[in-house]
Design a protein around this ligand. Structure first.
Ligand code: GLY
Ligand code: MN
Ligand code: MN
Length: 431
C-alpha cells in the first residue's frame, strides 16, 4: 500500500546522510482560561507523519534509516476526558513508524541516538523552547565526551530541506488539495445563492462554514473575509459584521482546511444579483488579469511570469477606467498602479495557505514545475479620493483561484466557483 508519509520520510532520510533529523509538532495554545485554540499540528510535522496528537516529536536516523516517534502514552483516565490517544504501539502500527516510545523516554533515548551522528537537522531557531530542549540533549552527549562519544559536528535547518520537498506536491497531497478546492468552491456557491441586501456579512460567513464543516472540513484555512461595499478595499478585513446594502459588491475570500490542506478562493459578486455598469467594468478588468495570470502558469515558466501578465492587464484597465493617466509601461515603472493594486499576484498553497518555498535559487528566479500549486489573485481596490471618478468609489474586486502546475500547463482546481459575470448572475437568480 502507498503510504505517502512514509514515502516522504524515506525521501528526507536519503538527504540527511549519516545525520539525524528532529522535528516537534506545534504547541497547544491557550485561548482563554482553560479553553484552548483547536490544536493544529505543525505543517512540517504533519507532512512527514500524518500524526495529529500534541507534544509529539519525530526523529529520523539517517544511519539506520529508521523513523522514530515519541508521543503521549495511552491514559485511560485522560482519555475519558479528552478522547483517544494512539500511544506508542498504536502510533507505530497505524502510521508506519519503525519505532515509537513514550515522551518520558526522550531524555534518555535522544542523547544516545545523537552520539556520534554526523550532523543534526532541526527547525533551528523556529521555537525557542524546542531549541533549549535540543541544547539539553546535546549537553547530555557532550557530558560523555571523555568516554569517547562525539556530539554532531554540523547543524542544519531542517526547514530548508522540507521546504523544497513541500513545494512539489505528491499524488496524495494533490488529491487533498483538489478536494479542499472543491469544498471551498461549494462554500462560495452557497454564499452567492444566499446573499441578499439587508443581510449581515457574518450570515454569509455562516453559509461558508455550513458547507465546509458539513463536508468534513472542520476548519477554515484562515479567517474568512466577507466584505461588502467599501470594506472590500481593506485587504485583510475580518470583522464581517456590517450590513450588506443594495448596490454593494460583496468580496468573499475564504477556503476550508481539509486534513491540513488549504483552499483559498476569492469571489466578488453583487449583493442584489446584478452588476452595475461601473462594477462590471472594474470586474472585467480583474477577471481578464486573473485569466492572463493563470494562462502564464506552466512548467518552465519563470516565476514572475504570471505576476507580469496580470499586472499588464491591470495597468491597462486602470488607464481605461480613468483611474490613472499615462502608459502601461509608465504606470508599471513608476509604481502608480499600486494605489489600486497593492499586493502580489499569488502564493504557493499547500499545508499552509501561504505555503513554503523559495522563489529564487542562488539569486535566480526559479521556474514552475509540475506538482507546484499556486494561487492567482489580482485585485482592484478603489478607495474614495478626489482624483478618482466617483462612480468607482468603494468598489473592491478580487478574484482568486488555486492552480496546479501540470505536465503541459495548469489545472484550475477551484473552477467550480463561478466567476464569469453571466454565470454569477444566473446562479444568483436561481437559474
Ligand atoms: N486569503 C489569503 C490570501 O488570499 O492570500
Ligand atoms: Mn485568499
Ligand atoms: Mn491567497
Amino acid at each position: 500500500m502507498y503510504q505517502p508519509h512514509a514515502a516522504r520520510r524515506s525521501r528526507l532520510l536519503k538527504q540527511i546522510g549519516d545525520g539525524i533529523a528532529l522535528l516537534p509538532t506545534a504547541q497547544e495554545a491557550v485561548r482563554n482560561a482553560d479553553c484552548h485554540y483547536p490544536f493544529r499540528p505543525d505543517s512540517y510535522f504533519l507532512h512527514l507523519s500524518g500524526f495529529a496528537e500534541p507534544e509529539a516529536v519525530l526523529l529520523l536516523d539517517g544511519r539506520s534509516g529508521k523513523s522514530i516517534l515519541f508521543c503521549r502514552e495511552r491514559n485511560p483516565e485522560r482519555e475519558i476526558w479528552d478522547g483517544f490517544r494512539h500511544g506508542p504501539d498504536g502510533a507505530r502500527a497505524t502510521f508506519g513508524f519503525d519505532e515509537a516510545y513514550p515522551l518520558s523516554e526522550m531524555a534518555e533515548r535522544i542523547p544516545a541516538l545523537l552520539a556520534d551522528c554526523g550532523q543534526l537537522w532541526w527547525p533551528l531557531g523556529h521555537d525557542e523552547a524546542f531549541d533549549r530542549r535540543v541544547n539539553g540533549w546535546l549537553d547530555a552527549v557532550r557530558s560523555q565526551v571523555r568516554s569517547g562519544v562525539r556530539p554532531p559536528a554540523h547543524y542544519g535547518d531542517l526547514r530548508a530541506l522540507l521546504d523544497e520537498m513541500r513545494m512539489v506536491k505528491d499524488e496524495a497531497e494533490i488529491a487533498l488539495l483538489r478536494r479542499a478546492g472543491e469544498i471551498s468552491a461549494a462554500g462560495h456557491v452557497a454564499a452567492m445563492r444566499a446573499a441578499r441586501p439587508g443581510m449581515h456579512e457574518y450570515q454569509l460567513e455562516a453559509e461558508l462554514l455550513r458547507v465546509f464543516v458539513g463536508s468534513g472540513a472542520r476548519h477554515q484555512a484562515y479567517e474568512s473575509i466577507v466584505a461588502a461595499g467599501g470594506n472590500a478595499c481593506t485587504l485583510h478585513y475580518v470583522a464581517n459584521d456590517a450590513l450588506i446594502r443594495d448596490g454593494d459588491l460583496v468580496l468573499i475570500d475564504a477556503g476550508c482546511e481539509l486534513q491540513g490542506y488549504a483552499g483559498d478562493i476569492t469571489r466578488t459578486f453583487p449583493a442584489n444579483g446584478r452588476f452595475s455598469g461601473p462594477q462590471r467594468d472594474a470586474y472585467e478588468i480583474v477577471l481578464a488579469a486573473e485569466l492572463a495570470g493563470i494562462a502564464a502558469v506552466k512548467p518552465g515558466a519563470a516565476w514572475p511570469a504570471p505576476a507580469e501578465a496580470a499586472l499588464r492587464v491591470m495597468a491597462q484597465g486602470m488607464l481605461d477606467l480613468g483611474l490613472l493617466a499615462g502608459t502601461v509601461d509608465g504606470v508599471i515603472e513608476s509604481g502608480a498602479y499600486r494605489k489600486f493594486y497593492m499586493h502580489g499576484v499569488g502564493h504557493m498553497i499547500g499545508l499552509d495557505v501561504h505555503d513554503v518555498g523559495r522563489s529564487k535559487l542562488q539569486g535566480q528566479w526559479r521556474s514552475y514545475q509540475p506538482g507546484m500549486c499556486t494561487t492567482i489573485e489580482p485585485g482592484l481596490y478603489i478607495r474614495p479620493a478626489d482624483d478618482v471618478p466617483a462612480v468607482f468609489h468603494n468598489i473592491g474586486v478580487r478574484i482568486e483561484d488555486d492552480v496546479l502546475v501540470t505536465a503541459d500547463g495548469c489545472e484550475v482546481y477551484t473552477a467550480a466557483a463561478p466567476k464569469q459575470i453571466d454565470e454569477i448572475e444566473a446562479l444568483m437568480r436561481g437559474a
